[in-house]
Ligand binder design. Structure first.
Ligand code: ZN
Length: 282
């Protein structure tokens, strides 16, 4: 708690909280189920670090994709309705996952599992949020904490601090609470529409900004509007990203697809029955 108070009480300009991981993992009181401990310990670079202890393996695991969690504005259009899961529905979905014994893991853990270097809990699931909306912090984060879940938030670096988007402080608090913040581009421009020479700025400047706020390495990318090509994947690979998520539907993953990870969209119109069906009937 003292650590948290120091972090929360620090004044501008924000100082990266790089000391958090070592401080937390060295504390005897952290249980093995602590998400930061669980996720930070086994992560050497899945592509260049450490030895491969086993053959790559395929994994079935739902990666859920959320956007807004909250109430709809009065003038919400069809797109906004589709992208918005009400807070009540989100709570119901998280309670359902908890009751069914699902365990949230990080994308890093999935990658090491795909390499055959780490096992996964039998009911493993990954929760992701795109765009970095303020309501993720206000509405989703308290519920995630209640159930002991972690999630990955893909934020648009330039939008941090704008009205309706996560602030630096929101991000720091969520990271301190065990959440992961990864990159969704600098400006959310469709990367397939810009010259290849402009890709490093959109990808690497976004990473730099986010890392300065979180003190965590950014290792994963969510393609803006789900659009990508081989050139974009090449830039990610060459800059030591570990993987990227798409908007393609599916829950089967292999190491070959690390930069084309499939997800399952949770929509505003999902009932608990359709939500449960999307998980794969487990
Ligand atoms: Zn987006």
């Amino acid at each position: 708690m003292a650590l948290l108070a120091i972090v929360m009480g620090s004044a501008e300009p924000l100082v990266p909280i790089t000391h958090l991981t070592s401080a937390q993992t060295s504390a005897n009181s952290i249980p093995l189920t602590n998400p930061r401990f669980y996720n930070s310990e086994p992560l050497s670079d899945p592509f260049t670090g450490g030895e491969s202890l086993a053959a790559p393996t395929n994994v079935e695991l739902p990666i859920l994709m959320y956007h807004h969690v909250g109430e709809l504005p009065y003038n919400a259009d069809t797109i906004r309705r589709g992208l918005t899961v009400s807070t009540a529905n989100f709570e119901t979905q998280m309670r359902f996952l908890w009751e069914k014994g699902y365990k949230t893991v990080s994308l890093g853990t999935l990658l090491t599992a795909l390499q055959g270097r780490e096992g996964l809990p039998s009911q493993a699931i990954i929760l992701t949020f795109d765009d970095g909306y303020k309501d993720n912090f206000q509405n989703a984060y308290p519920i995630l904490k209640r159930y002991g879940f972690t999630a990955t938030f893909f934020v648009i670096a330039r939008y941090i601090g704008r009205p309706e988007y996560l602030s630096q402080e929101d991000i720091r608090e969520m990271v301190t609470g065990g959440m992961f913040v990864e990159a969704h581009g600098l400006t959310h421009i469709d990367l397939t529409t810009i010259p290849p020479a402009a890709l490093p700025k959109e990808i690497l400047e976004a990473r730099q900004n986010i890392e300065a706020y979180t003190g965590q390495q950014v290792r994963f990318f969510s393609y803006p509007s789900g659009r990508y090509n081989e050139t974009i994947i090449k830039v990610l690979r060459e800059n030591n990203f570990w993987g990227a998520v798409t908007t393609h539907y599916g829950r089967q993953h292999s190491l070959d697809d690390a930069f084309q990870l499939k997800r399952i969209r949770v929509s505003g119109s999902d009932s608990l029955a359709t939500f449960a069906a999307k998980l794969g009937g487990r």
